[in-house]
Write a protein that binds this ligand. Structure first.
Ligand code: NAD
Ligand code: DAU
Length: 337
């Protein structure tokens, strides 16, 4: 099979969405490199055509394995799309070590292989590298906002972005970077805010909201993140960073109340619990550059519709999320959350 995309972290939430997007919108083939950590699940890729998708179980920090895969990719003039990461802020507060290893050493390992074999790389990052905004700040993050990360997760993502920039400048690696806001949609791990509350409600458990619930996130459907990444790969300028967002700012209280309404429960049927240490207040993305320079637009512009579809998906896919639920809730219970 001739790979065209090598997708790291393709058995996780957003990476698997991108794999599906590539299958639907191109004739290309995909090799997924994924360590299948607690957050990766081979069942997420089940049913995809075997003649177009191949899963390699392995670590992005395994230099020999990565070198072989990137050498194959170079022969096909393929693109390395780097999603693999330790991705959850709460976990990074309990044990930062895998975040340093995967997000920094793993990205370094991929960059060195891309450099050796002259392969084009797209690096997936997050708006969290910019720190947070005040609730009443009229501004939003742009590509010019200075880096100011808060958590072990976001600081290791910030470090990975800086490595990519340095490898572009110092070694001429052909790379682009995108920093996206909070994603929602199917196949997201039940540790994350929306799937946690949806599956709690399906289990008859009240949603758990950190602090006072005033924190704001800028929600985008994962399908729109994937279309933006493909657009950047096709038309983006080497060395450039693009912010991805869909104007979806909502407080956590607004999100929980929308979920309660979709699921036919009273709007005060949730608990406020211990806040996250160092909890970022607000994220907001200005995606003008991506829209004007590359002509990208999000398609899921109704959060209410996207959320309703997401709730339906979790209702219909209990077999997928159930095996992860108890262990996740045990960790939250230990933290009083
Ligand atoms: P996820 O936790 O659902 O998936 C991460 C995947 O990476 C898993 O399949 C896991 O097994 C794999 N992985 C972890 N360590 C690995 C390693 N050492 N080698 C190979 N594979 C490894 O994460 P996600 O939410 O899908 O996020 C994917 C990427 O998008 C991350 O880089 C994250 O920083 C970024 N991002 C996420 C969001 C969001 O809202 N979830 C928003 C912006 C950017
Ligand atoms: O902004 C992009 C980032 O979005 C990505 O880089 C991260 O990988 C992704 O995990 C996400 O980070 P957040 O920390 O914003 O997402 P999380 O789903 O953990 O939490 C969203 C908000 O909800 C945040 O303010 C914390 C709050 N929260 C979370 C959980 C799990 C609760 O109130 N209750 C909860 O049970």
């Amino acid at each position: 099979m001739a790979p065209t995309f090598l997708v790291t972290g393709g058995a996780g939430f957003i990476g698997s969405n991108f794999v599906r997007h590539v299958l639907e919108h191109t004739d290309d083939q995909v090799v997924v490199l994924d360590k299948l950590t607690y957050a990766g699940d081979r069942r997420t890729l089940e049913g995809l055509p075997a003649n177009r998708v191949r899963l390699v179980e392995g670590d992005i920090a395994d230099a020999a394995l990565v070198d072989g895969l990137v050498a194959d990719l170079a022969r096909d003039d393929g693109v390395l799309v780097h999603y693999a990461a330790e991705s959850h802020n709460d976990n990074s507060l309990h044990d930062p070590s895998p975040f340093v290893q995967t997000n920094l050493i793993g990205t370094f390992t991929l960059l060195e292989a891309a450099r050796r074999h002259g392969v084009r790389l797209h690096h997936i990052s997050t708006d969290e590298v910019y720190g947070d905004l005040e609730l009443d700040d009229p501004g939003r993050f742009t590509e010019a906002t200075p880096y100011n990360p808060s958590s072990p997760y976001s600081s290791t993502k910030a470090g990975s972005d800086l490595l990519v920039r340095a490898w572009v400048r110092s070694f001429g690696v052909r790379a682009t970077i995108s920093n996206c806001s909070n994603n929602y949609g199917p196949w997201q791990h039940v540790e994350k805010f929306i799937p946690r509350q949806v599956t709690n409600l399906l289990d008859g458990v009240r949603p758990r909201v950190y602090g006072a619930g005033a924190n704001v996130r800028d929600w985008i459907h994962a399908d729109d993140h994937s279309s933006a990444v493909l657009r950047i790969i096709e038309r983006g300028e080497i060395g450039e960073t693009y912010l991805i967002g869909a104007d979806g700012e909502k407080s956590n209280l607004e999100v929980v109340q929308a979920l309660l309404s979709i699921m036919g429960r009273p709007e005060d049927d949730f608990d406020l619990v211990t806040d996250r240490a160092g909890h970022d207040l607000r994220y907001a993305i200005d995606s003008t550059k991506l829209r004007t320079e590359l002509g990208w637009e999000p398609r899921s512009t109704s959060f209410a519709d996207g959320l309703t579809r997401t709730v339906e998906w979790y209702r219909e896919h209990e077999d997928w999320w159930r095996p992860h639920k108890d262990a996740t809730e045990r960790k939250y219970a230990e933290a009083g959350q």
